[in-house]
Design a protein around this ligand. Structure first.
Ligand code: ATP
Length: 377
């Protein structure tokens, strides 16, 4: 870490004889081509292709062990890929015949535990990233960024007296001060409580936009990915399961795994006949699936509409069995004719119904997804 931080300076583009300077961010494109990483015979990355546009903020999302951190480490240069290539601004930084060490890649790193140096003051922690500059300049720049993140009055404190949120700010300031072309952040908000996390996400986003750093942010939280990312890359078992804007992943998930990440859903089995699945809730298209395929039909909890006093109207008859207050929304368990188990229906708090209410249940367009049971696709 010290090595990388200490040289987050644009030494490479400096003319010979010129002093290193803080790099004006050259927005950098980051490409991965067929990247694999094998540990002890097991693949942590199994052929990742990724093209991150300069200045783009991409969130890497996926369950524990899917390879998110490994991908970040490969881009930073802390790890060498087993095969494949990594390019930063079209320049190969890792490949079969080339390996550029982390300190020469122009990347900034921020870790989950913030990794502040305990024996250095806040000011010196932040200035560390600019140690190639004359000390007066680096301290001046460090003070300016501390002011920007609201911590100037803590400049002479040591990390041990800081709260989690303050430590996060210091780590962010330290990582961003050298204006790295590429910012790599590993679960940067996971140690923070919910309210603080949202404030920190906003601040971080603002700083990343200001510096125009191309950013890869690792998270296992879909909401965080949607909030932070211009694009989200979902990883599963060391592969890209799907990449796209949040809306794309929500509306057109490539598989059941992605659907579950972005939407609360009811799942039930059905069999494909003539390109459709017939369910108690209606007939839905199952494009590209052969007759007899066992399918999983998903009804979004948010996509089920309940009508009270809908006697004679459209929809399936149902009855509210349970009501659960969940803060922003309320979830109801509704017994619906034709379904073995109650369906979960999510509504805004003011639309919640009392237990025992008789309802008619309809499905909103776009709220039904059909996947092949065996492959999940
Ligand atoms: P988490 O969210 O839990 O941090 P992750 O998605 O970041 O998970 P990685 O840390 O990239 O996952 O790990 C991917 C796989 O590679 C895991 O199976 C992990 O055990 C393995 N792995 C990671 N680093 C090493 C290592 N240094 N040596 C051996 N195996 C490793």
């Amino acid at each position: 870490l010290k090595q990388i931080l200490g040289t987050g300076i644009d030494t490479q583009s400096a003319e010979p004889g010129m002093k290193a300077r803080a790099a004006a961010t050259f927005a950098a494109r980051v490409q991965l081509e067929g990247v694999t990483k094998v540990y002890d015979g097991a693949g942590a990355l199994n052929g990742v292709d990724l093209d991150v546009k300069s200045g783009e903020i991409v969130c890497l999302l996926g369950p524990s062990g899917c390879g998110k951190t490994t991908l970040l480490r490969v881009v930073s240069g802390i790890e060498r890929p087993s095969s494949g290539r990594v390019l930063i601004n079209e320049r190969e930084v890792a490949g079969p015949n080339r390996f550029v060490p982390p300190e020469s890649r122009g990347v900034g790193l921020m870790f989950q535990d913030f990794a502040l140096f305990p024996h250095l003051t806040v000011l010196n922690n932040v200035a560390f990233g600019l140690k190639a500059l004359p000390q007066a300049d680096s301290l001046k720049a460090a003070r300016a960024i501390l002011d920007r993140v609201g911590l100037l009055d803590m400049a002479s404190s040591y990390p041990s007296v800081l709260s989690g949120g303050q430590q996060q700010r210091v780590a962010l300031a330290r990582a961003i001060l050298p204006r790295p072309a590429v910012m790599l952040m590993d679960e940067p908000f996971s140690g923070l409580d919910v309210q603080l996390r949202e404030a920190m996400q906003e601040e971080t986003l603002a700083l990343l936009r200001e510096t125009r750093a191309t950013s890869l942010i690792v998270t296992h939280n879909p909401e965080e990915a949607m909030r932070m990312g211009d694009r989200i890359v979902v990883l599963r078992r060391g592969r890209v399961a799907q990449a796209g804007k949040a809306e794309e992943l929500y509306h057109a998930p490539a598989d059941l795994f992605v659907a579950r990440l972005f939407s609360e859903i009811n799942e039930f089995p059905a069999r494909v006949r003539g390109g459709v699945v017939e369910t108690p809730a209606g007939v839905f298209p199952a494009p590209g699936m052969e007759d007899g395929t066992q399918a999983v039909v998903c009804l979004r909890e948010r996509g089920l509409n309940l009508t009270v006093n809908g006697n004679g109207g459209p929809g399936l008859p149902g009855r509210v069995l349970g009501v659960k207050f969940l803060g922003d929304s309320t979830r109801m368990d509704v017994a619906v004719a034709g379904f073995e188990r109650p369906l979960k229906v999510r509504v805004d708090q003011q639309d919640a119904l009392a237990r025992g209410t008789e309802v008619k249940v309809g499905t909103a367009p776009g709220s039904v997804l059909v996947f092949a049971a065996e492959t999940g696709t």
